[in-house]
Every structure is written in C-alpha cells, then in structure tokens.
Design a protein around this ligand. Structure first.
Ligand code: GLU
Ligand code: ZN
Length: 499
C-alpha cells in the first residue's frame, strides 16, 4: 500500500442491484472491496465496508433477489460494517428508502443550473443519432434542450411532453488515475449530457449511485470494468453535488476490475450457468474454495501460489496489484482449488460441512443419531483426501449410511466377479477379529495367493459388492466400518452358488 493510503481511513462500498440471481462477477467485486477494507482496517488508518442495495428499478428488482443476495453474502462469510440489517450512520442502505433524498438533490441540481429539463422524445433522439452517425459524428445527446427559452418550454408542455432531467456536462476533458489501469482521459465529445431523472420522476442509476457515494463519504470505488464509461460522468457530477451541498467535494479514487471471460473467450454473462453463485453451494463448493478461486480472477498472492486463506489475502491485498487484463473463468481450476481448500479443513470440520448434503440425500437424520455421528467421524478420514466437492460425500459414504434393505449395487458384477466374491466371503467368514489388518490379510491370502488374481480383478468385485460402486473409500477400512454382519450379508447376496 502506498503511504498516502496508509494515512487515510478508507470507505468502500459493495452496491449490487437485486435483480435475478447473484453471479460470480458480483462476488468477485464484493471480495476485492471487502479485502481492501479489511486490509486497511488491520494495517492502515481504518477501513469500512459498506453494503448498499441499489433497488430503484421497481420493474427489475425483487425482494426474492434481495434475500438471495443477503444469503450469498452470509454463505461467503462477508461481514459488513454498514448496510442492511446492521444499519449505520448513513442509514437507510436500501436506495428504495432514500427516494426523497434523490428528489431533493435533483431539484437542487436543476435550480443551480447544473441540470436542465430535456423534452426530446425517444424517436427524436434516435433520429438525430442516426443523422449524426451518417455524417460521421459521434452519436449521443446533442445539447438540443440546453438553452430552451420560456416560450419553447411552454410549447412542449402544451403538447403534453414531460421532461427528463439531464446533466449539463462541462465542456472539458476528464482525466483520472485509475487504481488498476493508470491514467485515463475522456474527451468531452465522448461524454454527452446524460439523464438523471426519468420523465415519470424516477431517479436513475446515474444520479442515485454518485449521490450515495458522495453522501456516504466513499473514498474508493472498486467495481467492474463494464462501468468505466460512467466514471467521467460521476466525476463531473461530484463537482455539481458539492456545489449543492451533497458530500464533501472530494472525488473518490476509482479502480476498475478486469472482465471475467467464460467459455469461448466471451464475457461471462449473468445467464451462463457457471455464473450463478448459489449454484456453487448446491454443487458442493466450500465458501473458502469459491472465494479463493474468485480472488485469482485478476489478482495473485504470489507467482507460484494458488491456494490461500482469506486472512492471508487480507494481509497482503493491494488494489494496485490487480491485473487489468481480462481474467478467464475456469471451472476445472475452481474445483481443484476447492479440493485443496477442502483438504485443508480439519476432518471434524469436514464432517460438519458434509452433514447437510448427507441429510438432503436422506442418508442421515437431522440431527444425526449418535450411531450416525460416530460412523461419520470414523468414515470421513477415509474420504478426506479423495474429495473435491461436498456433493461427493453422499456417493462416497452412502454405502455405510443407508438402511441395509435399501442398499443396492450401482455398478454391475459379472459371473467371474461373483465367484471372486464367493471366495472372499468364505475367507472373511473365518476372520475372528473384524479389523482392517485381519481383513486385509485374509482377502490377500484367499484372492491374490489362493486364486492367483491381480489386485484389480481380486478386489474390484468385492468393492462393488460392499460399496455398490467401482470407486469407493479404501476397501479394507470400509469393510471394518461396515461391520461384520452387514459386510457378510452383502457378500452373500452377490456370491455365486458355491460349486
Ligand atoms: N448497482 C450497480 C450495479 O450493480 C453498482 C455499480 C457500481 O458499483 O457503481 O451494477
Ligand atoms: Zn432534449
């Protein structure tokens, strides 16, 4: 962190709109803002993470989506210092509850002459844009209504037109030093006057977002690159807001996070299935695993290191080290990172994490019975090294936890296999101490030495008879955990008639 940043208490915001289901790009933005705030809280002059809900678009926003956002934030383990449910000095943090403020600010901007009423219809705007394009000029608002006189206004009003409120952009180039991308300049012809309030009185993102950033004293705006084009407008608006008494007049620093590319090198879209955040929970991701992976979308803790904790990220996070180039979303890599995080959990913690997945598969009760809990404690160490996602637990452990009369083979066993199982049954019936080592010895003696089989042909059929599947936790340990009676019963059910 630069010295200037060390001396300044920072305030950042995460301000999603509650539309549709929350996607990975949003979570990446939340993560970088959160890590930035926490880093400054611990090692700088202070950091505040503000969570704000931008729900001014009644047609698109939904309460369901708002609830899902909160659920996702909690699942990922983010804590916010100000925002929904926790409140704060700038409450309320839902824009739908701040409408009076926006109406008041709009009125003041109009009175100060920093914004004006524009009566142009959509058709007229489109026509003039088309003409501009044909003449080789940049399309965009042409300033038509900037200086209307009273009689023109009266005429439009008599026609029944309702005006939008449009911001008067200053006729100068706007330059800012992006925290990720360095210096960026916008020429005035590329930033035309823009609407702040719709004709029906509804305030737009262009107004409410900077009004809140200014009044909530946000110091750093870290957000996706798709919003880069709104930054010069917001910088100009800040100046006008200060003039009408909103905020301190200090423009925040901006940092635009790189695009996330999905399949076929196209921008990952909200509609891509791999974009849906809650889908990751359903697919058995750990929040630690998903966050670790999201951190890699534009940032790295070190050249040769992919796996780290959020505490480690917070310790060294520096926005200046975010890579401006597009990041590629790679589901395989996300799963591998999740597997690494899963192996870092204590085994007892893994048991806690897989429990809901086993419960929804109907394999254990809620809460688990004493017997089920004990079985789980003994079984989880067997699968800890083999899992990448929590959803693998029901498949791997189901054979132990099912009711015996519901146990069924998933993979098939052929005639030769049944003969092997018969031999295994005979050998195991003679075992006195039902423990891994004795089971191991008996099976090897009977199948490898006795029948002269290769290990795969010897243990494969026994594995399917015992676990139902060709892929399972280690066989001898599984046999021990299953217990003598259940194990012999399963072998008997498969064994070919003894010849
Ligand atoms: N509500 C806006 C969005 O979700 C926030 C953009 C911003 O961070 O300024 O796109
Ligand atoms: Zn106009």
């Amino acid at each position: 962190m630069t010295d200037a940043l060390r001396d300044q208490a920072v305030r950042v915001r995460f301000c999603p709109s509650p539309t549709g289901s929350p996607h990975v790009g949003l979570a990446r933005t939340a993560l970088f803002n959160w890590a930035f705030a926490r880093h400054h809280q611990l090692y700088g002059a202070g950091g505040t993470f503000v969570f704000r809900i931008e729900d001014t678009d009644a047609a698109r926003d939904s309460e369901e989506s708002y609830e899902t956002l909160l659920e996702v934030m909690r699942w990922l383990g983010f804590t916010w210092d100000e925002g929904p449910e926790v409140g704060g000095p700038h409450a309320p943090y839902r824009q739908s509850q701040r409408m009076e403020l926006y109406a008041d600010v709009a009125r003041r901007l109009h009175e100060a002459g920093r914004a004006y009423h524009c009566y142009c219809s959509t058709e007229e705007l489109e026509e003039r844009n088309a003409a501009a394009r044909a003449a080789g000029r940049a399309p965009g608002y042409d300033g038509h209504c900037r200086e209307l006189d009273e009689s023109q206004v009266a005429a439009y009003t008599a026609e029944g037109r309702k005006p939008v409120l449009r911001f008067r952009m200053p006729d100068v180039a706007i330059t800012f030093d992006d925290l990720v991308r360095g210096e960026i300049t916008f020429q005035p012809e590329n930033v035309p006057d823009f609407a702040l309030v719709r004709a029906n009185g509804h305030p737009l993102y262009t107004l409410v977002n900077p009004v809140d950033d200014a009044s909530m004293e946000i110091t750093h705006v870290l957000r996706g690159e798709d919003l880069l084009s709104s930054t010069p407008r917001q910088i100009a608006l800040y100046d006008a807001l200060a003039e009408v008494g909103v905020g301190t007049g200090t423009v925040p620093r901006f940092g635009h996070l790189p695009y996330v590319m999905g399949q076929g090198n196209k921008k990952l879209s909200k509609r891509d299935p791999e974009a849906n955040l809650l889908g990751y929970r359903d697919a058995g991701f750990l929040p630690e695993g998903l966050l670790n992976y999201l951190a890699l979308l534009g940032w790295a803790i070190a050249d040769d290191r992919d796996v780290f904790s959020m505490a480690e990220m917070v310790e060294v996070f520096d926005i200046a080290r975010v890579n401006p180039n597009p990041a590629r979303f790679d589901l395989k890599k996300a799963e591998a990172i999740n597997g690494s995080q899963l192996r870092l959990l204590a085994t007892s913690e893994l048991a806690v994490r897989i429990t809901p997945y086993l419960q929804s598969a109907g394999l254990i009760a809620d809460p688990p019975t004493t017997e089920q809990a004990a079985l789980l404690d003994a079984a989880v160490p067997l699968v800890h090294e083999r899992m990448n996602k929590l959803t693998e637990a029901p498949e791997l452990l189901g054979f132990l936890l099912v009711d015996e009369d519901e146990f069924a083979l998933v993979d098939a066993i052929d005639e030769d296999g049944r003969a092997v199982v018969a031999a295994a049954l005979a050998a195991l019936e003679a075992v006195d101490t039902w423990a891994t080592e004795a089971i191991d010895e008996a099976l090897r003696a009977a199948l490898i030495e006795g029948l002269g089989l290769k290990p795969r042909l010897a243990f494969g059929p026994v594995r399917v008879a015992i676990t139902g599947r060709r892929i399972s936790p280690p066989l001898f340990e599984s046999l021990e955990l299953l217990g003598r009676d259940r194990a012999l019963g399963r072998l008997r059910a498969v064994a070919a008639p003894v010849r």
